[in-house]
Design a protein around this ligand. Structure first.
Ligand SMILES: [Zn+2]
Length: 223
């Protein structure tokens, strides 16, 4: 199935439908969890229904990306002077970058919770690392003892997806977004880049699921 051709079904129901075990916090995609009496394959906990792992903002952003991507075909009643400049592709890129920021924020918060950091300490760490790049390079490393790039390579060892490549693609989208915001330039945003965003959504979501299961979940394993 080509993900860029899915229009009628919200992509969030296909991509971000991950569940979290209430006890051992493992994140998985076993839809059986919706059945009462489902036994967690990791800790044997019997759940009374599934708990979605991602907050609503993640699901909304994924669906907004899909909607913006396909709105290229919808008829516009107004004529704008920048007609033909691919405004829809810009929406996709901006939502995609916001999605990546929300995913990292969630991961960082979960790491701090797992390590039982006090609210005072957590607030200070977040205040000292306001920007995404600081959270990714400094805070992630401080909370996991591994550099971001090394974490990508480590995830690659256990997956069929190439997270290093996905991360490089994400960086290229961020550069294009920054060029648009700060320089007023849209030369690097085109249909090819927005198509890449749709195609990399699955990898992006799985990247953060992988980071959760590798660096957050072990704190709950033996509780
Ligand atoms: Zn469990």
């Amino acid at each position: 199935m080509d993900i860029t051709e899915i229009k009628k079904q919200p992509l969030s129901t296909l991509i971000s439908n991950y569940f979290e075990c209430q006890k051992c916090k493992i994140v998985h995609r076993n839809l059986e969890v919706l059945r009462v009496g489902f036994k967690c394959p990791s800790c044997n906990y019997i759940s009374n229904g599934g708990r979605l792992y991602f907050h609503i903002n993640i699901h909304i952003l994924i669906d907004l990306i899909q909607e913006a991507y396909h709105s290229v075909n919808s008829e516009s009643k107004v004529t704008r002077f920048y007609e033909g400049e691919g405004a829809h592709d810009i929406s996709v890129i901006i939502f995609f970058c916001t999605l990546r920021e929300s995913l990292l924020e969630n991961l960082i918060n979960r790491l701090m919770q797992a390590q039982n950091l006090s609210k005072g300490v957590s607030d200070r760490l977040l205040a000292d690392n306001k920007f995404h790049i600081q959270k990714q390079d400094k805070l992630f490393r401080a909370l996991t003892n591994i550099k971001w790039n090394e974490a990508m390579l480590k995830l690659n060892d256990e997956s069929e997806l190439d997270y290093k490549k996905i991360d490089e693609f994400i960086s290229s989208v961020v550069i294009a977004r920054n060029n648009f915001i700060h320089e007023g330039s849209k030369w690097s945003i085109d249909r090819e880049l927005s198509t890449g965003c749709i195609k990399n959504l699955w990898g992006l979501i799985n990247l953060y699921v992988g980071l959760h299961n590798t660096y957050v979940q072990p704190y709950y394993k033996n509780t």
